[in-house]
Design a protein around this ligand. Sequence first.
Ligand SMILES: [Zn+2]
Length: 500
Amino acid sequence: MSKRIFVCGLVQESNSFNPKLASHEAFTRTFCEGEALLCGKGGNTIDGIVSTLTARGCTVIPGRAMSAGSGGPVDAAVIEEFRTHTLSALKAAGTVDGVVVSLHGATLSETSDDVCGDLLSAIREAVGQTAVIAAAFDLHGNVTERMARAADFLCGYLTYPHIDHYEVGVRAATLAVDALEGTPLVTVRAAVPFIAPAHAYTTATEPLKSLMDKGHALRASGAIADFSIFQAQPWMNIPEIASTVIVTAKDEATATVAADELAHGLFAIHKELQGAPLATAEEVVRAALENIEDKPVVLVDSADSPNAGACGDCATALEAILPYRDRLRVAFSLNDQAAVERAFALGVGGTGDFTLGASIAPALSRPVTVRDCTVKSLHSGRFVLEGPAERGQPRNIGRSAVLVADGVQILVTTNAQNNGDKQFYRGFGIEPTLCDLVCVKACTSLRAGYEPISAAIYNTATPGAAGPVLTSLPYDRIPTPLYPFAPITEADVTPARRYR
Ligand SMILES: [Zn+2]
């Protein structure tokens, strides 16, 4: 008889240092429920789940799926509404054999440090202990013990920059159906008490690449069924946070050996994953002035990356650029709703002084006055990503304007996202390849698009809610020990164990 599987999803990455709560509005990027969830032909995680379950002959019972860009913690009312909807849809569905859910894994609310753990626990309570629960996460998920007690399977992206949104859904759904069809599968979790800034590593390069390759080799050999290595989104000021390793295998002993091996491999590189010393904004501006290649220098303002939940409102790099506004062609962007409204009021061709920055998180940076700006263009904010990640996906950054101060072009936005995609500038008439210096508020996502067109890319020490120097941010609730706030030893690694 066809297995009945309920599918739902809630995805948002939270940053404790962003004071702006993520409201209902933030979840408009994708919101669907019921039948609409089943006809997705896109490449997202829900599509991977639904297509796999359908191909395996399951009956898919659709719940609600919604996601938001990264930002501050979520308004508790949004979470409560999702929870209530999910539990009533589950109740209406009657008995189900399993639940496959798409989550981020690093979601906070005003009232919870572990929204995903709360949701998985509520789902477990609703479906009972024998139903199978599988969850798909971002690689930046903070996989807590609570999540591991509630769900049978926990799968994370295996790529960063992330390009396996669909595949992680396929993996989670496959494990659920395999288990329901009688394959013995056991999941274990190990934890290494460190966090690392997201600009500092990718899965495509060392030191993380070898470790990921080891996991892939274990899976390819058939020794294990699945593995994930999670680097928790580090800008969460919460009592339970760590990097985690999850392994699923045919028995507990096999899973444990593999997870411990990967966890100790992760421990071995915990210092390297903090990244190299960073350039100052002044040093990057100097590099742009001295650059003789016919390609731009890229200043990575990762501290202010909206993709990492920061506010996108910091003008510190702009302050370093302004003394050279008549010598450098520059692309810069920031969220500043007041500046957008002023530009609309002035109209195209209007001129004036603009005070920009620190409009959302005044405690983290300071505003900068730019004299004699001209409003070059006004925009509704819609553009299409050129990728390679999520190529063709539409985005909307809200009402926006391009201001010009000599060679400096400043895209002021209402709600920036996907700043690492070249269309973030191109879509609004700013051509990165014609600039000397391009400022990008992203962590790692920019590299795929910008490496081929730039002379050099500098990770830069700027302030912001996603500050790359973690020890400079006001953490006061994190556990001890947690690297880089305290040294850790091999003995601090939590050995792999089964949580259910
Ligand atoms: Zn991520």
